[in-house]
Design a protein around this ligand. Structure first.
Ligand code: AVI
Length: 312
């Protein structure tokens, strides 16, 4: 059963068909975020074992006055992947920018978060941009020559392998221009049991988030993957300094996507996400490789998470 063609995203189709045909099957993590996936991710951010969101928010709240002293005055704040961020108001209250530009690929989320900011900060013009920030983005002409402050919280940079993370940081530099500043959140390396618990919660929300990708493939590409034959797994890859999420076949399974057949022997997995964790030096080196000079860094008392301010 094939879904009506106009509703199939060709990039999703290509990533799934090509990714599942690789010797080590993998699908890019960006496809997690359909409506249900975005809701599940919001649920993840509130889980007791998922420390990054609450740690970063508390850190931002605790250090915001210090951070604000180092931010450009009368700037335009450009947020990459605004989602349903609760961190934005903390920054806007302190930075008092002349404009706020949230960039997000999901139009629904973008409109909701832009409306919330608009209501809470009537003095700050909001210029939402619906775009994939990894691709070419044109900033609104309305922000003109205002100094720019990029905001990239959430440790989303960790979802890119170092080479792509470097490219992305260079891309941000091009979008924001020389002299801009970037406030970025990065998750720190920590004991493995805490990392695994954050990505394999006892409530099963992350498992559902991961398995939702298979449900999305079935729904959008008319596939017949037996979702209950796969199990969520979070692994720490020590050599590469990252948590990996996989969907492991619990028995031999075969399924079809369009006219292609796929066979998964018991134990074979689909690699669905990387979440890189950085030590202080690794984080600074990544920024430098991406064309940003670190200026200051803040961490929580347990050093679980870092916010870094850098200059282009
Ligand atoms: C969006 N990103 C920073 C999350 C992370 O921690 O890597 C995505 C996530 N995956 C599982 N839990 C959260």
């Amino acid at each position: 059963m094939l879904k009506t063609l106009e509703k199939v995203d060709p990039a999703f189709r290509a990533d799934v068909l090509n990714g599942l045909s690789e010797p080590i099957p993998a699908i890019p993590a960006r496809w997690f975020y359909d409506r249900r996936g975005s809701e599940l991710f919001d649920d993840i951010t509130r889980l007791p074992s998922y420390y990054p969101t609450r740690t970063e928010t508390a850190l931002l709240e605790a250090k915001i006055d210090e951070i604000a002293r180092l931010l450009p005055k009368e700037s335009a704040v450009v947020e990459f992947g605004s989602g349903s961020s609760t961190k934005t108001p903390i920054l806007l209250r302190a930075a008092k920018p002349k404009a706020y530009v949230p960039i997000d690929i999901s139009g629904d989320y973008l409109r909701e978060s832009a409306a919330r900011v608009d209501a809470e900060f009537p003095g700050i013009p909001v210029h939402p941009v619906e775009a994939d920030f990894t691709q070419e983005v044109e900033l609104p002409v309305a922000i003109g020559g205002l100094p720019r402050l990029g905001f990239f919280p959430g440790s989303t940079i960790g979802n890119f392998v170092p080479q792509s993370a470097t490219d992305l940081l260079r891309h941000f530099r091009t979008i924001l221009c020389t002299g801009a500043r970037l406030l970025i959140g990065m998750d720190r390396v920590k004991p493995i049991d805490r990392l695994i618990a954050a990505y394999d919660d006892p409530e099963g929300v992350t498992a559902e988030f991961n398995l939702n990708l298979l449900r999305r493939i079935n729904r959008e590409l008319g596939a017949d993957i037996p979702v209950d034959a796969f199990r969520h797994q979070a692994r720490w890859n020590d050599m590469l300094g990252r948590i990996e999420m996989h969907l492991v076949a619990m028995r031999d399974v075969s399924f079809e996507i369009e006219d292609r057949s796929f066979d998964f022997a018991k134990g074979k997995s689909i690699h669905t996400e990387n979440s890189h964790k950085y030590g202080p030096r690794g984080a600074r080196l990544l920024l430098l490789a991406g064309g940003w000079t670190p200026l200051a860094e803040w961490t929580d008392p347990d050093q679980d998470f870092a916010l870094i301010l850098a200059e282009a």
